[in-house]
Design a binder for this molecule. Structure first.
Ligand SMILES: NC(=O)c1ccc[n+]([C@@H]2O[C@H](COP(=O)([O-])OP(=O)(O)OC[C@H]3O[C@@H](n4cnc5c(N)ncnc54)[C@H](OP(=O)(O)O)[C@@H]3O)[C@@H](O)[C@H]2O)c1
Ligand SMILES: *[C@@H]1O[C@H](CO)[C@@H](O)[C@H](O)[C@H]1NC(C)=O
Ligand SMILES: *[C@@H]1O[C@H](CO)[C@@H](O)[C@H](O)[C@H]1NC(C)=O
Length: 329
């Protein structure tokens, strides 16, 4: 920490003009912040007697979404990989919402066995599931592999949620009208599914991998909507905005100090986790979306997905590939 402060000091002394420019941009952006687009979910829908499961709800957008669902009266299940962090988040969510019906369950999306165990646990303890929010995500990590040997970002952001969603479908179908919400990203716009090298073994790139996994979320929402037509289960994909969360935890530390300093003004325009949760909440509860399914949202409004996210043939192909990768017939 001391080294860091010292490095910042030296940097400021050596680059006074640059630092002033950054600070002034920061002040300008801070002033603009009020006018920045950003939807707020105004729905008053209550969720008393309903059950919501959120993946990765111990921090960031997922935690804020959980607070909102709990305030609406739902039983909220936080499906998380770190029980310590999850239990302290659960305490905070109970306090902030005034709803004690918040439970923690273990889920590591980088392990198919863990996904299966969670689904089994849910079937044993829950008699209904009204809203499933596939929120957990990992961004731009090193070329790690999941327990089952899949590339980490595709494995966690897509395959783990693919299996989880499929294993919970019967419960969702029993609880109609029910919803599945997928937290995707703007990053899907420049994404591509590398069908010939799905684990990106030939040439791993942190960003190419993140984009592929987020495009997979959008394509799945489409294919799933087609498969669930007429069942009363509807599906939604969304971009939450650019939010200050822990998502950059692998990216920022890899940058040199001067780049991190240049990024600083960004802190003033990025949204808070509360703002970032608004579109997830909107997709989960807003009455006006009752009859919609398979579409893509941003800033609490319908938005057209980018062309790669509207490719039905790719969506079908990805479904079949994913089913064989996770061992679903
Ligand atoms: N922040 C943005 O600007 C932004 C933009 C577009 C899309 N998104 C999407 O928003 C979603 C939420 O991200 P966030 O911004 O709130 O990030 P975050 O603060 O890093 O939260 C991510 C959550 O996912 C969990 N997670 C990661 N790997 C997991 C695994 N293997 N099994 C179970 N849970 C796992 C994390 O748990 P741990 O705390 O235990 O690691 C954490 O709870 C992600 O899908 C992300 O792609 C975010
Ligand atoms: C959400 O994304 C996962 C993984 O991409 C997919 O398996 C699931 O079917 C999707 N659900 C919806 C509603 O989009
Ligand atoms: C949904 O469809 C039903 C039946 O067609 C209709 O009565 C209802 O008004 C629609 N709701 C919305 C919010 O579009």
């Amino acid at each position: 920490m001391e080294d860091y402060t010292k490095a910042v000091k030296e940097f400021v002394e050596e680059h006074p003009a640059g630092v002033t420019a950054v600070l002034m941009t920061g002040v300008g952006l801070f002033a603009l912040r009020r006018w920045r687009a950003g939807g707020v979910c105004r729905s008053k829908t209550r969720l008393d007697g309903k059950t919501v499961l959120i993946t990765g709800a111990n921090t960031g957008i997922g935690k804020e979404t959980a607070v909102d669902m709990a305030k609406r009266g739902a039983r909220v299940i936080l499906a998380c990989r770190d029980m310590g962090r999850a239990n302290s988040a659960a305490d905070e969510i109970r306090k902030r919402s005034g709803n004690g019906n918040v439970v923690v369950k273990m889920l590591d999306l980088a392990s198919l066995q863990s996904v299966r165990a969670l689904a089994k646990d849910v079937h044993q303890t829950e008699y209904r599931l009204d809203i499933l929010i596939n929120n957990a995500g990992i961004m731009m990590c090193p070329p790690w592999k999941t327990e089952d040997g899949f590339e980490m970002q595709f494995g966690v952001n897509h395959l783990g949620h693919f299996l989880l969603t499929n294993l919970l479908l019967d419960l969702l179908k029993k609880s109609t009208p029910s919803r599945i919400v997928n937290v995707s990203s703007l990053a899907h716009e420049t994404g591509k599914i590398h069908f010939d090298d799905i684990n990106l073994e030939k040439n791993y790139d942190t960003l190419v991998s993140y984009r592929q996994s987020k495009l997979a979320n959008v394509l799945f929402t489409r294919e799933l909507a087609a498969r669930l037509k007429g069942t009363g289960v509807t599906t939604y994909a969304l971009h939450p905005g650019v939010i200050h969360t822990e998502l950059g935890r692998y990216y920022f530390p890899s940058l040199p100090l001067w780049k991190r300093i240049l990024f600083m003004p960004l802190y003033f325009v990025v949204k808070t986790p509360w703002q970032g949760a608004q579109t997830s909440i909107y997709c989960a509860v807003d009455e006006s979306l009752k009859n919609s399914s398979g579409l893509y949202y941003s800033d609490c409004a319908l938005k057209e997905a980018a062309p790669p996210g509207r490719d039905d043939a790719a969506a079908r192909r990805l479904w079949d590939l994913s089913a064989s990768m996770v061992g679903l017939a």
